[in-house]
Design a protein around this ligand. Structure first.
Ligand code: CA
Length: 390
């Protein structure tokens, strides 16, 4: 394995999107600040129009009244990077708003079960949540695509699709049906292919394996004869140790090393299934619309910062953990060519089937494919060349 290639690939994510908060709401914010007198069509009509492209009434902060947002997460309190990242976001919002906006955090299971946060925000039980879009693929298979696509975008590329390639508009349009309004809220950066109890020398070695792997990656592997399973985080290690499962993917070195998988499944493979998974900060639409204009702007800016910081922190922690793994004599392997080729073919089958079944999926997939084809050509000509030469 070329360890250097793995390391350098991860740096693809750390680029310019800290500057890239220019979604439609932000553009509106900038327009209003430059033209405070200008009234939108809806203000003239005296009603706020819902929807991402619509104008809102400008409601200023009432400084005598503190606004509190109830935000539940799918992570335990202080969970590295994802949990602590949301905590920093909440503190930032409080600081920038001069204490007039407080985000009250409810970590996993303290108010809402980890995977019930979508429904809780949709129904208005809470105002917002922090989680990952692919957890909601049972509601609409299209939602898994907002996390990313196997063999798809790097973190940098998916940010460019969401912010400047039409992704955010589609995401908001589709989440609006559930009374929700999403923002990007972080990115795990490139994930690893997982930990295996035995080496994988060919496609045959994959057949019959029981592996913990969620999302579209799991559906792809199912077509290769793998039996994908989902397990709560706390059960993965013992399941591997007892041979209940043969393999697991998790995230990347930073979080994987803390789980200790290297002790029971020491064959660590490079990734293909989650090359840059987005995390989300999603609001109940009513809760979002009733926020003061300044509070909305503060959240737009602070969520953009959170999105960038989590991506960079994953990179920074991954490189340290990767060094430790090497000191523990953990080797990094690459999947054999026949596994990768079969995986790509299976992905085509999975996405074709889902596109036929669900027009929402097709719409998002087509948009991604469009952006991805162009992105690959450019990334090959620029980044791949550079990483090979560096
Ligand atoms: Ca994962």
């Amino acid at each position: 394995m070329n360890r250097r290639d793995f390391l350098t690939t991860a740096t693809a994510a750390s680029a310019t999107f800290a500057l890239a908060g220019c979604n439609d709401s932000n553009r509106q914010a900038i327009d209003y600040s430059k033209h405070p007198e200008k009234k939108s069509e809806d203000e003239v009509n005296g009603e706020a129009r819902e929807g991402t492209l619509g104008y809102k009434k400008r409601v200023n902060i009432n400084r005598n009244k503190k606004t509190v947002i109830k935000l539940a997460t799918s992570w335990p309190a202080h969970f590295p990077i994802m949990g602590t990242g949301v905590e920093k976001f909440a503190q930032r919002v409080k600081d920038v708003s001069g204490g007039s906006l407080e985000i009250k955090l409810y970590p996993k299971n303290t108010l809402i079960p980890a995977l019930a946060v979508f429904d809780a925000a949709s129904s208005g039980q809470i105002d917002a949540f922090h989680s990952g879009p692919y957890y909601w693929k049972g509601k609409n298979s299209a939602f898994s695509l907002y996390s990313g696509l196997p063999f798809g975008f790097t973190a940098e590329e998916i940010n460019s699709w969401v912010l400047f390639g039409g992704g955010l508009e589609l995401w908001r349009e589709q989440y609006a049906k559930y009374n929700l309004h999403p923002f990007m809220g972080g990115n795990t950066n490139i994930q690893m292919g997982g930990w295996f109890a035995k080496p994988i020398n060919s496609l045959d070695d994959m057949k019959g394996l029981k592996m913990r792997i969620p999302g579209l990656g799991g559906e792809v592997l199912a077509k290769l004869g793998v039996n994908p399973v989902l397990l709560p985080a706390g059960e993965i290690y013992t399941s591997l140790e007892r041979g209940v499962i043969d393999a697991t993917e998790w995230v990347g070195p930073a979080l994987d090393i803390k789980m200790g998988f290297y002790k029971v499944a020491p064959y660590y493979y490079s990734g293909w299934h989650e090359p840059g998974s987005i995390l989300e900060l999603t609001f109940n639409k009513y809760s979002w619309n009733k926020l003061a204009f300044e509070h909305q702007s503060i959240i737009e800016v602070a969520s953009s910062e959170m999105n960038a910081n989590m991506t960079y922190e994953f990179h920074a922690e991954n490189i340290k953990a990767f060094k430790k793994l090497k000191e523990l004599n953990i080797n990094i392997y690459q999947f054999p060519k026949d596994v990768i080729e079969a995986g790509k073919k299976a992905l085509k089958d999975v996405t074709t089937e889902l596109s036929q079944k669900n027009s929402d999926f097709k719409k998002v997939y087509d948009s991604i494919e469009n952006h991805l084809e162009l992105s690959k050509e450019w990334s090959n000509a620029s980044l791949r060349y550079f990483l090979n030469e560096r």
